[in-house]
Write a protein that binds this ligand. Structure first.
Ligand SMILES: NC(=O)c1ccc[n+]([C@@H]2O[C@H](COP(=O)([O-])OP(=O)(O)OC[C@H]3O[C@@H](n4cnc5c(N)ncnc54)[C@H](OP(=O)(O)O)[C@@H]3O)[C@@H](O)[C@H]2O)c1
Length: 289
């Protein structure tokens, strides 16, 4: 017997890590329209307005983003077009049809210089273009649609798409030794768990700014060691590479990273009635899914 659809939802950026996991985790009662960048380019304001007014979703989940943190330093206009203007146009289109919008943002809105978990209401101070574009998008989105929620997350990986886990597996398979930054701290977050939290956020009709990552913290070096340990145990890797801890200054990148990118997620955990699992648990779960 087919189940009655109770909520009409539009997902943007449907082929990204999060978009893909959102599609997989969609509740049966959702009537889903999931668009990749070719099907709905959020930098076209006119297209977004027309598409949303025709579809009339009850909720939009915006998983579309310009996520190339280093490239963004040289592609300011493109980053702003997607992360600032795209988010704003989606929010305006949502407001026009009385829909809600859930928008995903980042730990990069903070400078990471406070060595305590960041609260949603802490003053943002992005260190680079990507963080600036995401913060501008958050602000416009909240201003343009009353019924909006911003969920900031960090260090996202999935079995689909490009991410740190896949890069590490590739390097570990091909090298005897590699160096990984050990003085940047954050919370590795499985996109599958984040997707479930976003569906719960939609069902609970939450508005405002929240944080969601997996529980626990790690440096990139710790994360790399855990990836290797799990991959060896599962037979994904056949041999062990030596992993050397690096300092940030030993691994210069065009964009500066927040040294302490830990988010306080207790607010959203309380609203949803459950905490996220520890990142190490979800790392194993990602490979089993
Ligand atoms: N990945 C992380 O570590 C991380 C950390 C913190 C926050 N976040 C946030 O989490 C969200 C999801 O990230 P993710 O990891 O899933 O990123 P992702 O894998 O890079 O996916 C982003 C998707 O957005 C699409 N996109 C780009 N420009 C678009 C446009 N103009 N119109 C429509 N779609 C467009 C991309 O499509 P194309 O590939 O076709 O361009 C891609 O499929 C983003 O808001 C990101 O800022 C991510």
């Amino acid at each position: 017997m087919s189940q009655k659809k109770q909520m009409k939802v539009l997902i943007t950026g449907a082929d990204g890590q999060l978009g893909w996991e959102l599609r997989r985790a969609a509740p049966a009662a959702v009537e889903l329209t999931a668009c990749n960048s070719a099907e709905l380019d959020i930098t076209s304001g006119a297209l977004v307005k027309e598409f949303v007014s025709r579809l009339r979703p009850q909720i939009i989940i915006n998983a579309a983003a310009y996520t190339a943190v280093d490239k963004a330093e040289g592609e300011v206009e493109r980053a702003m077009a997607v992360n600032r203007d795209g988010a704003a146009d989606l929010a305006a289109a949502a407001a026009d049809v009385g829909a809600g919008i859930i928008h995903v943002s980042t730990d990069f809105v903070f400078d990471g210089c406070h060595y305590r978990p960041y609260l949603p209401e802490d003053a943002p101070h992005p260190l680079g273009v990507y963080g600036q574009s995401k913060l501008a998008g958050e602000r416009l989105l909240l201003a343009k649609c009353r019924n909006s929620a911003v969920i900031r997350t960090a260090w996202v990986y999935s079995s689909h798409g490009n991410n740190f886990v896949k890069t590490m597996l590739r390097l570990m398979a091909g090298r005897d030794e590699l160096g990984v930054v050990a003085d940047q701290i954050g919370s590795p977050t499985w996109a599958g768990g984040l997707a479930q939290a976003l569906w719960q956020t939609a069902a609970a009709k939450l508005t405002g700014v929240y944080h969601w990552t997996d529980a626990g913290i790690a440096s990139w070096y710790d994360f790399a060691c855990a990836i290797q340990e799990e991959a060896l145990a599962l037979g994904i890797l056949k041999r062990q590479a030596v992993i050397r801890p690096l300092r940030t200054e030993d691994y210069p990148t065009p964009a500066r990273r927040p040294p302490y990118a830990v988010l306080d997620k207790t607010g959203l955990w309380q609203k949803l009635g459950a905490a996220a699992p520890h990142w190490r648990f979800n790392l194993k779960k990602c490979w089993r899914n």
